[in-house]
Design a protein around this ligand. Structure first.
Ligand code: GDP
Ligand code: MN
Length: 384
């Protein structure tokens, strides 16, 4: 299993993209840079060793500084350290939070169950292994239904089980929901916020960030990833259109166009189609937050490829709303763009409204990726 770990500051960058609150921070490679970062923040800071190992705190790799001058000298000491035999090449300089409570939240793959499991504890700060040993009753665990994904109400239930009440339930639940989005977008093997800090003034912020990406999916699709990376010298009309609309588009040898949101999900969809004996013609990643127009454009581009004999739309609604996706599908069909069978699977945000729109238009949809992949392969075989 190949596994790619991200540095805390890289993980926090991704967190911010998904609107997970993190304290203001900046990266420094020298004491001078650390002084500058601290001055920019303009408040007491914490200086943190950026190494790919946990327990930096215990090793002395997490230290506080009240002034930029002090941040420079603390950074100098940390940059000279080795932690678990790893040299410290950069530090993260971050606003120091006033802690009311340290909380643990995370999502990881349970290899035995072959499911994602969401983990939370109001007793954060310690590693989850220590916590499991000392007070297992304080750890809340919930498996995620692989087809439905983590539902917002489940996230709230976890927050309640962790002991939170009132408006804090929603505050904490949103961390789980956002982490789940990251998990589905990046083929995450483990993501963890420890500690997630509840500040004296009642805010929740990610003070630490761990993100390990399973690049198996990418690995299986090496040629595809390469095709996505290199800018084609000569683009055909479809590739040009897709690029213009900022969609990731690759043409393959099969006959089933896979239109999805997120590279990880698109690759997983290609795999599901292959598993059911079909072959994909198209990798089309709409990206995050696609609206009806974008979905319609994606279908239109996919249909321009003469090899396409069926379309499979597979959407995990998060930022992307299922009702918007449904509207896009319906209007693509009304425009007469779709001359082949269309199979839809979508779950997540506004799922019910999306299904209602499809139902009214007489477009069938399926609940799981497996069913959808099986269906689209069957339809292609029937047509042949
Ligand atoms: P790790 O030891 O490698 O997991 O590093 P962390 O980032 O988790 O930091 C270790 C500990 O330092 C945390 O559990 C906190 O107790 C403390 N810490 C980290 N950031 C802050 C902060 O912004 N403010 C305060 N007061 N403490 C912090
Ligand atoms: Mn930590």
């Amino acid at each position: 299993m190949r596994n790619m770990k991200l540095f805390e500051h890289e993980a926090k960058e991704i967190f911010r993209k998904f609107a997970i609150p993190t304290p203001p921070s900046g990266v420094a490679r020298t004491p001078d840079e650390a002084r500058e970062r601290a001055a920019e923040i303009g408040r007491p800071v914490v200086v943190k060793a950026q190494v790919l190992t946990g327990k930096r705190g215990k090793a002395g790799g997490v230290r506080f500084a009240d002034t930029p001058e002090r941040a420079a000298s603390v950074a100098e000491q940390i940059l000279a350290m080795r932690i678990n035999d790893l040299p410290v090449e950069t530090v993260l300089v971050e606003e120091k939070l006033n802690i009311r409570q340290e909380i643990y939240v995370g999502i990881t793959v349970d290899r035995n169950e072959r499911k994602y499991v969401v983990i939370g504890s109001a007793a954060g700060g310690m590693s989850i292994e220590e916590l499991a040993e000392e007070s297992p009753e304080k750890i809340i665990k919930r498996y995620v239904d692989p087809d439905l994904g983590l539902q917002p109400f489940e996230a709230r239930e976890i927050a309640i089980a962790m002991g939170f009440r009132g408006k804090q339930i929603h505050g904490l639940a949103s961390f789980f929901v956002k982490l789940w989005r990251i998990v589905t977008q990046y083929d995450v093997e483990l993501t963890e916020i420890n500690p997630l800090i509840l500040t004296e003034d009642g805010r929740f912020l990610a003070a630490d960030a761990r993100l390990n990406i399973d690049d198996n999916a990418l690995y299986r699709h090496k040629d595809l990833v390469e095709a996505l990376r290199r800018a084609p010298v000569e683009q055909n009309e479809r590739e040009r259109l897709a690029a213009e609309h900022d969609m990731a588009y690759v043409e393959l040898d099969g006959d089933i166009a896979c239109i999805c949101n997120g590279a990880g999900l698109t690759m997983a969809t290609l795999d599901a189609v292959a598993l059911h004996g079909g072959r994909a013609s198209t990798f089309l990643d709409l990206g995050g937050g696609a609206d009806a127009k974008r979905v319609e454009k994606g279908i239109e581009i996919a249909m321009m490829y003469p090899k396409v004999k069926a379309i499979l739309v597979n959407i995990m609604g998060g930022i992307t709303r299922c009702d918007e996706v449904a509207k896009g599908i319906v209007s693509a069909r009304e425009d007469g763009d779709v001359k082949v069978p269309l199979v839809i699977r979508m779950v997540g945000t506004n799922e019910e409204e999306g299904q209602r729109i499809l139902q009214e238009a007489g477009i069938p949809f399926l609940k799981t990726m497996e069913e959808a992949a099986a269906k689209v392969v069957e339809l292609v075989k029937e047509a042949a």
